[in-house]
Write a protein that binds this ligand. Structure first.
Ligand SMILES: [Fe+2]
Length: 156
């Protein structure tokens, strides 16, 4: 059922909608993982890591909305359901229970790194079919890479 008419050709829309949906799933999961660790981090650096994690949550939530609404604007219904996120996320499994501050930082370095690799692939494939979506991916990746830098510096 087409409710919103897409400005893109079918072939372009296929590529771009897969990229946007993949980004949505990664960003929803990134927000969940960052909150999980925000709640469970322990150790001498608790306060700074706890607060830093909420900055990642804010970025992830803001940009999950960015990509979901871009998909909708292109006529593709975004799917941010928990089951879809669980199957499609590029982030590995987050350990259960308390996590010490150094391990918490490592987990975020890994999670952000995994998402950034996939975002850069999305930048690469969307330039020709839809530079408008590509621009969103570029801006999202810049924000994620800033967080990635800060967490790497935490354990430097
Ligand atoms: Fe909190």
């Amino acid at each position: 059922m087409y409710v919103v008419k897409s400005p893109l050709s079918d072939a372009s829309l296929q590529t771009v909608s897969e990229a946007l949906q993949g980004a949505l799933v990664d960003l929803v999961d990134l927000g969940l993982v960052a909150k999980q660790i925000h709640w469970n981090v322990v150790g001498p650096r608790f306060r700074s890591v706890h607060l830093q994690l909420d900055e990642v949550v804010a970025t992830a939530r803001t940009h999950s909305d960015t990509v979901a609404e871009r998909a909708a604007a292109l006529g593709v219904p975004p799917d941010g359901r928990a089951a879809t996120v669980a199957v499609g996320s590029g982030i590995g499994v987050t350990p259960e229970g308390w996590v010490d501050d150094a391990a918490a930082v490592r987990a975020l370095v890994d999670a952000l790194g995994a998402v950034i690799v996939r975002m850069r692939e999305r930048i690469a494939v969307t330039g020709e079919p839809d530079p408008v979506s590509q621009d969103l991916f570029i801006r999202i990746t810049a924000d994620l890479e800033k967080h990635h830098w800060m967490f790497q510096a935490e354990n430097g």
